[in-house]
Design a protein around this ligand. Structure first.
Ligand code: 5GP
Length: 176
């Protein structure tokens, strides 16, 4: 625990799991007649991704992307790809899975990057969405929870590498 930080639970483990079940059903219904590649955005989405893909009742392909834009608790505004998708995406239905959409810059960067690879369709899912923090227009097809413009940790989301393993989402208070 970082001493100057106080955490208060915002979304419980049960709430997260219940919502993911619903999102999995939504996605299953949407793609029941077609193939689907589900791309997890590392590192923050690893926990959401692993629960979401298990809630999708289809034969899907799984792969990952890596991107960085955050320094501490602030977005640098500049996105960099740290890992690209290995498989061909040409003429494929692709679903991007993010942990959180804040300014929207990362999701837009990823959409532009993937559209260049000739996908058939591109959809987006994010566990968390901060509508008041958006700096660019960015619509998300499958949103878990809309939250206020506060910094959160847990369930894959970190602060300086910590708190990713908490099974719930907490709001951070008293940040330096
Ligand atoms: P955006 O580009 O939309 O501003 O931010 C996307 C990325 O910033 C997310 O994938 C996540 O890594 C990080 N991020 C944005 N808001 C938060 C937050 O409240 N908590 C944490 N831990 N990371 C965040």
């Amino acid at each position: 625990m970082i001493e100057s930080m106080k955490l208060s639970q915002l979304i419980s483990e049960d709430q997260i799991q219940e919502r993911i079940k619903e999102m999995g059903e939504e996605i299953t219904d949407k793609y029941e007649n077609g193939d689907l590649i589900v791309l997890g955005v590392l590192k923050g989405s690893f926990m959401f991704y692993s629960d979401l893909v298990r809630a999708i009742d289809l034969d899907i392909k799984c792969d990952f992307l890596g991107v960085t834009s955050y320094v501490g608790a602030k977005s640098s505004g500049e996105c960099k790809l740290t890992l690209d998708v290995g498989m061909s995406l040409k003429d494929q239905n692709v679903l991007i899975v993010e942990d959180i959409v804040d300014t929207g810059l990362t999701m837009n960067f990823l959409k532009q990057h993937l559209e260049k690879r000739g996908v058939k369709s591109l959809s987006t899912a994010s566990l968390l969405f901060k509508p008041d923090a958006l700096k660019v227009e960015c619509s998300i097809d499958h949103v878990g929870f809309e939250i206020a413009n506060d910094f959160v940790v847990g369930y894959g989301l970190d602060y300086q590498g910590m708190y990713r393993n908490m099974p719930y989402i907490a709001q951070v208070q008293n940040m330096n």
